[in-house]
Structure formats: structure tokens, C-alpha cells
Design a protein around this ligand. Sequence first.
Ligand SMILES: Cc1cc2nc3c(=O)[nH]c(=O)nc-3n(C[C@H](O)[C@H](O)[C@H](O)COP(=O)(O)OP(=O)(O)OC[C@H]3O[C@@H](n4cnc5c(N)ncnc54)[C@H](O)[C@@H]3O)c2cc1C
Length: 396
Amino acid sequence: MRRTYEVIVVGCGGIGSAAAYWLARRAGADVLAIEQFALGHDRGSSQDHSRIIRRSYHNPDYIALAEPVYDLWSEVEEESGTTLVVKTGGLDLEAIGTTGIKDLGHCAAAMATHGIPYEELSAAEIMYRWPQFQLPDATRGLYQADSGLVDAAKANAVHVALARLHGATIRDRLPVRALRPNGDGVDVVTDDGVFSAGHVVLAGGAWTNTLLGSLGLHWPLTVTQEQVTYFATPHLREFAPDRFPIWIWRAREEFYGFPIYSEVATKAGQDVGGAEVTAETRTFEPDAPTRDRLVRFLERHIPRFLGPELYTKTCLYTMPPDRHFVIDAAPGFPNITVTADAGHAFKFATLFGRILSQLALDGRTEYPIGPFTANRPAITDPAFPPIFRNEAVLSA
Ligand SMILES: Cc1cc2nc3c(=O)[nH]c(=O)nc-3n(C[C@H](O)[C@H](O)[C@H](O)COP(=O)(O)OP(=O)(O)OC[C@H]3O[C@@H](n4cnc5c(N)ncnc54)[C@H](O)[C@@H]3O)c2cc1C
């Protein structure tokens, strides 16, 4: 069995499978990707029917990443013949007076700076166009037509299949136990022996610190157990993807939702609505208070979105204290590139894969990842205060 590769990817979730694909396009059989569980497992962050994709970010750093990512998803769709992105349009909704990064003024300013078209809408205008909503007058919205969803589970499977097509080896059900620098490269220690590579990409999601620990490193990553609920609404036509947009409600509590897609049901969740856990202590049990908060919100604002609960699915966020991504070399280990997804990276998964392939094969990338270094205070300063705590959840 082959033991030495140019690049080894650890983790085949959303980001690792994308990295395997983009690496294999250039390095073919010199790529090995290793996943600890069965491919397509749902113990991590990436296995569901839909994830929001959008250009409407409050922060220009993300808008700059959103620009290339739509083209890259199209390239993957073209190569696979599989539709992965469904544009539904997107509504950001703000309870007027919400401050900080949830203030839609930041979103509008960032989109205007980048020349991204958007519409500013009052509550009445929103309800005229989408009578599914019942909004208080003190609501305002931004509509951006390119928003929509990425079919996450399909995207992962497509990245893996195309990585294999280009010659990569994918090994699942094989936990990596440690990473050990070996001079010019890195040894990857598994239950099936040691594999070596010139470069390792660690895309380990909620398990990242376990392998960083084998290098004597630790990053301040908080893992939370999140959940989304599918509602079997009887109002199918009103919530079809051509009639109903993805939406994000920005207020003290933040909720988001999707039109009917894949299941015959709508889907919604609360952002950072769940408890802090670890990859080992998390459960797969839905949290009733979180679901109740969501149902109360939907009863008030999108009542016909609701129907019998089809199911609630749990999932993990892995967040640095500033909730920004990390895409950088592990400090002191230039041959090991590590990602942290900050709980909002799926839309960028294929771009992250391409960036990781460039960092591994060229030592640099053409994309603007400057803000996502591992030497920023949020990662290096243990006193850096987390910004993602959901006050409403904590005080509930
Ligand atoms: C409820 C929910 C809603 C979300 N909504 C959105 C959204 O609307 N839009 C958006 O853009 N993002 C969203 N996200 C975030 C997005 O899903 C994640 O950012 C993304 O899936 C992270 O992918 P990942 O590859 O980093 O992690 P994962 O998919 O968890 O992959 C990590 C993989 O590494 C493997 N691994 C770890 N350690 C080892 C080891 N030692 N050996 C071998 N394998 C290992 C794991 O088993 C796992 O398969 C959401 C997340 C959740 C939970």
C-alpha cells in the first residue's frame, strides 16, 4: 500500500472534501484524504440538505470571498452535471434599532462598496411582495437576488467523487491519531500505520484541537450544538423556492430559514441557539427550549411556514472568539495548514478547498485571506472576549 503522498487532507466534511477535490485536480494520485467516520456521516457540521449562500455580509472581507465562490460552485456543477446552488433570493430582516454587526446599515454599506445590487425594503413592502411574512412596522429589510442555498450533502459527495475521478485516494473510517513533523514533511499517524506527506491540510471541524494537541498547540475554539427543524407545512406552493426566499432575522435573537427543498418541508433554526459542547459530549437529542423559541418566532412572523415537525437535526458550530474563519499554517508548522469554519463556512466550502490546494501546492493563494490568520489576537490572546454568545439564549 502506498504510504507517501504530496498532500494528505485530514477530515472529509464540507471543507476537507472540497480540498481533496481541488488538490486532486492538480496533484491527482499524489493526494490522500482521510476521514475518521463513514463518508456522509452526520456527527460534524456539513451533512444536511441546505446551507445559506449569500453576498449580503456586514463585513467586506466576506463579500470579497463571496464574489469568486459562486463561479467556483458553477465550475463544480459543470464538471459533475449536478445542481448544487439554488438561487432563491435572500431577505435580511432587522428589528429596527438593532445595533452592532446585526445593524443592516453595515450590510448595505459593504454591498454598496463592492457594487453588489440590493434593495432596501420597508415592512409593508416586504409583506406586499411576500405575504407569507407578518412583520411589525419597525422592521426593515435588504433583498439580494443571488442569495439561496447550497445542497451541502450533495456538494460533499460530489467533491469526494470528483476527487476520486482525478486520482485521489479517499480513506474513510480511519481516525488520524496524531500529526508529527518529520523534517521535510509530516507523518500522519493512523490505526492503519503511518502515512507521510510534504504537506497536511487539517480540516477537522469540531475535532481540530485534538490534532493540534498532538503538535503542542491549542486554539480557543468553542463548539456549540445547534439544530434546525423541518416543518411539514401544508402550504407547499407558498414556500416553494421560486416564491419564498431564504431569510435571516437580525435582532437580539437571530433566526434563519429556507423554502421547501429536498424534504417536503420548510426548514429553520436559531443562530448560536445551543449549548457549548465538545465533539465527544454532544448528543443527537434536539433541545426543546431552542425549538420552542423558534416556533414562537415563526408563529408571530411566518405562521404558514409551520406544520407538524418532520424532524429536528443537530449539528456543530466550531467558533473562534471573534467568529471569523482561520485559514493558516499551524503556528511553527509551515507544512500544516489548518481551517476553522466559525459556524458559517459552508457557502465558501469549495473556495476554501481551492485556497487550501494553493497553500499546500504553491505556498500562497490568490484569494484575500489576510483577515483569517492564526496570529490575530482572537486566536493568540486568551483574554479575547467571545462575540458570539447569544444574550437572549443565555438569559432564557
Ligand atoms: C445548524 C447549522 C447551520 C448552518 N448553516 C450554515 C449556513 O446556512 N451557511 C453556511 O455557509 N454555513 C452554515 N453552517 C456552517 C457550516 O455547515 C460549517 O461551517 C461547515 O460545514 C464546516 O465544515 P468542516 O469541513 O469544517 O467541518 P465538518 O463537516 O465537521 O468536517 C470535519 C471532518 O473532519 C473529520 N475529522 C476530524 N478529526 C479527524 C481525525 N482525527 N481523523 C480523521 N477525520 C477527522 C470529522 O469526522 C469530520 O468529518 C451551519 C452549521 C450548522 C451546524
